[in-house]
Design a protein. Sequence first.
Length: 413
Amino acid sequence: EVSGPDGMAALRPSGCRLKLLTARLREWQRLERRNIYKKKWASSQPRVPSTRLALHSMDMSYSLQLGELWPSTRLALLCQQKYAALLNCFGDVAKMIREMERRGARDFVYEGRGDGAAPLGPAEDRPGPDPSCPAGSPVISGDTAPEMEHPIAVSPNLKCFTFPRGDITRFNPARPDSLRLLEYYLMDAASLLPVLILDVQPGHTVLDLCAAPGGKSLALLQTECCRHLAVNDISSSRLSRLRKILHSYVPKNIRTEDRLRITSFDGRHWGEVERNTFDRVLVDVPCTTDRHSVLEEDNNIFSRLRLRERQRLPLLQTQLLVSGILAAKPGGSIVYSTCSLSQLQNEYVVERAVQVAKTEHNVELQLVDLTAIRTLYSDTFNFYGHCRVGELVLPHLTANFGPMYFCKLHRVH
């Protein structure tokens, strides 16, 4: 027990310290939360952002791949993307066409389609097969690619409006019509090209193997040619978004079980479950999504934590493409696509998948020549003319669509 003047004096320093601590506590309580935890946040943030890692990786690889085209492509990737409006054919199409034309937009599909079919160029204008390669050879190169013998008959229901080159006008968000369906779907116009070259005809059964987020599936339904459309994606969260899109644009009488099937299944094994089943197969694989990777930190595959996942992408893509090939009927067609510029994810994957299909499954494939696509849609897109296999849309400031790579294969037997 402390008593007397000496005891009170001994307590004074402790009392001063207590008052100081109390004052500091009150000051700390008045601080904003973001300031209290700012140091903690800073220590938990990556030292180098994923977007910067992505750009550095692309500078190293794409500068060699694209050469003098890379600086302009790089600039376009870092700038605001251009969108197109895919009209909802289940709504008041005539009204929307008038509105789009009033605003100065044009239907690039119709302009390329001409009188209803998009011929892929006369045979004499394209390189013939190399006589050193036997007929039906699975070896694929720009000189040995078989030619398409018939034009692509584009469904008249597909109407996709864009603003002319150099026009950066943006579309307003879509509004619901009298049926509570949205009037149009905003998408990268280049994303429609894989659907166009898939060449879906009335009565076809179609598989969209990696369907989410749903833009290409919606376009396939807009053709009104699919007798049955199987929509699949392994990600349940992405599939939920796809369901919302389809509910916002497609009437209930089209979304019946006999016409539309939505599944969440590992696409790598689809060829084992439903082999030789579909007339058309779209394999729009997961990739590095180059534009997203240089702009967004969220869900960025160039994060250091996802290094191994990124390194395994070409293997995953090859497995998915082989599965899609096996799911197609003999005589059917397969379209492979990515939104990446990488040759490792594009041409090399196609060449490897063709080889695996031949050696391990005795499935023979022919590459469909798509060079005339560049001529048909050169007013809308900026194409890269040196792909070993398939076609590639390069982003450019005057036509900031893409990147989008696509390649079409025909299953012989």
